[in-house]
Design a protein around this ligand. Sequence first.
Ligand SMILES: NC(=O)c1ccc[n+]([C@@H]2O[C@H](COP(=O)([O-])OP(=O)(O)OC[C@H]3O[C@@H](n4cnc5c(N)ncnc54)[C@H](O)[C@@H]3O)[C@@H](O)[C@H]2O)c1
Length: 364
Amino acid sequence: MNVVVPSETAEYERRVACVPDTVTKLRALGHTVSVQRGAGDAAGYPDRLYEEAGARIVDRDALDDAELVLAVQPLPLEDARRLRAGCLVISFLQPAENAELLEAFAARKASALSLERLPRISRAQSMDALSSQALVAGYRAALIAAEKLPRFFPLLMTAAGTVPPAKVLVLGAGVAGLQAIATARRLGAVVSAYDVRAAAAEEVRSLGATFIDLGLETLEGAGGYAREMTEERAIRQRELLTPHVAASDAVITTAAVPGRRAPLLVDRAMVEAMRPGTVIVDIAAESGGNVELSRPGEEIHHQGVLIWGGRNMPSGMPYDASRLYARNVANLVELLSKDGELKLDLSDEIVAASLVVHEGQVRI
Ligand SMILES: NC(=O)c1ccc[n+]([C@@H]2O[C@H](COP(=O)([O-])OP(=O)(O)OC[C@H]3O[C@@H](n4cnc5c(N)ncnc54)[C@H](O)[C@@H]3O)[C@@H](O)[C@H]2O)c1
């Protein structure tokens, strides 16, 4: 199977879908691997390392003959329109927002597998790119909060006197939130957190942070995810969170509900109740924002509070984000490979759930 790894072309994207280690793995599965010249440069993987691992360095035209394309972001439309019949593309696809791209794959009789659609079952954990990239985002969020805050995170006892530790509040304790909690704790901050799922309380406590119980009902949805809040509940939750936000030096927001706009957790009045010199990092800024005033990729100053809006946060740590992503993808390719060929077995729930285009049909 001829595997092609194109350079990412989206703005702010520095990751790559295959690293030299995973070239080795893909070759061991019986595939040949071609990597577009310079595809790994921005992530810290030069062409030479791919060649040493046995990949060919090629131009983008190699997409014309690809049987399997590995990418991070959805392919540009013009690339989808050059694929040959039977080719499979694996990437993040945001299928609900990319109908034209899915139709373009279908028109070429190519197949497309959306990493957002992998079921979150134990067997798929090693392929779960949403989790691996959320981990990177959560880690970075804590580091950004620490860097932007004009105070120390840890308690410091110095000859000049004692400095108290920073108080960090994490809203949303899923994969990204838990990593933000763990990282802020390692830096010495006093951390508290809130989430709408019941299971989050124990996970937060196991990291040495305090779980904030607002006395509201929990909101579990399907697949271990949260449910959307009603407007009434959202208002009540914000009221109850206001004193916790106001008492914090740094707030990190990571809340999401699959397929929905990010829930609004911190409104303007809550920001205005914070002390000057405090910081908010909103990981969810791109998907609507957990914070009323956040803007993706921007730093906003509002009455002395700095609000940092995330934009493609995993791409800001591209070496390890790519390493984890590439392993997720290679593990998925392993599942799909039989004797150097791809076999798309629709009776496997991992394949059935994530294959969004197949044999000329869009399957969502
Ligand atoms: N293979 C697996 O079994 C597997 C893999 C990954 C994740 N998971 C589990 O799935 C769950 C969520 O994963 P995720 O981080 O990708 O979720 P996500 O990115 O969809 O959401 C992030 C967090 O925001 C929380 N949230 C949503 N609305 C909120 C609100 N109004 N207020 C506060 N918090 C709110 C969610 O409960 C979640 O914890 C976690 O329990 C995780 O452990 C399981």
